[in-house]
Design a protein around this ligand. Structure first.
Ligand code: IPD
Ligand code: CA
Ligand code: CA
Length: 261
């Protein structure tokens, strides 16, 4: 598969994601909420969106294996081409009518993300990228901000609702960010946090304890929009990590941000 094929695949997969987004909005009226664990929720929408997309993507490219948040992925070999799906990123937002959630879909080949789609059906905003071809919002090119001072930066942060053991450390980091930036935001969807940095609505974003489906699509979109993506130590963010830490910026702020986190 070459870059031209990825562009075609992006077009086809985007249609599938939009279709799943319509189902999400329809289902919202009659939804059931279940608990995976204390403070970790799943709704029937998560499973319906995942099943719809798994089937649709299988029809598109049967040779590509499928990783989804709401299934067992232990049999996957990530060195093979893999779809990585979060059917609803921002489930708690969905449950609370916050209207800020997204379907996040990436394609990884040899553990590198080559295509990413993040779609918020509430705002009808679709962020997309193919490796080497730039990042887009609803088809128009996007770019990270030109903010040069952390003191003027808007920083997005995450607080893992399912894992609170290191909350002291997490909030100490958030406090440092708050004290050194213009302000912070906690929006509730990691995939959209990444895309908001990509299109310049925010200047940086830091969160720990994420899974590949939260960030795989978004990290490509940030990189293709000219931003920088590392873990908290400044190392590369891998998609085969199950406790991923991300430090995201417009690039200009990155060294300063790493010193703080
Ligand atoms: C969550 C969201 C949230 C982040 C959590 C994730 P989910 O994903 O991305 O912003 O802070 O760590 O688990 O559970 O809504 O798919
Ligand atoms: Ca998620
Ligand atoms: Ca999810």
């Amino acid at each position: 598969m070459n870059e031209k094929d990825y562009s075609q695949l992006l077009t086809d997969a985007s249609e599938q994601v939009k279709k799943a987004g319509r189902i999400l909005l329809e289902q919202l009226k009659s939804d059931m909420i279940r608990k995976k664990a204390p403070k970790d929720f799943v709704t029937d929408i998560d499973t319906t969106v995942q099943e719809t997309l798994q089937q649709g993507l299988r029809n598109l490219a049967p040779e590509i294996q499928f990783m989804g948040e709401e299934k067992d992925n232990s049999d996957l070999d990530l060195s093979k081409p893999t779809w990585i799906l979060d059917p609803v990123d921002g489930t708690l937002n969905l449950i609370h009518g916050f209207r800020h959630s997204a379907i996040s879909l990436a394609l990884a080949v040899q553990k590198e993300v080559v295509l990413g789609i993040v779609y918020n059906p509430f705002s009808n905003e679709m962020f997309t990228a193919v490796r080497g071809k730039g990042a887009f919002l609803n088809g128009s090119p996007i770019h990270v901000s030109g903010c040069t001072e952390l003191s003027e930066a808007v920083c997005l942060v995450g607080t893992n609702p399912a894992y609170r053991k290191n909350s002291e450390q997490v909030f100490a980091r958030i406090q440092r960010l708050y004290e050194n930036s213009v302000d912070i935001r906690r929006m509730g969807s990691a995939a959209l946090d990444l895309c908001y940095v990509a299109c310049g609505r925010a200047d940086c974003y830091v969160e720990e304890g994420l899974f590949p489906w939260d960030y795989a699509a978004g990290i490509l979109i940030v990189k293709e929009a000219g931003g920088k993506v590392t873990d908290l130590q400044g190392e590369e963010v891998r998609i085969d990590s199950n406790w991923g830490h991300v430090t995201i910026s417009n690039g200009i702020l990155h060294d300063r941000l790493l010193q703080l986190v």
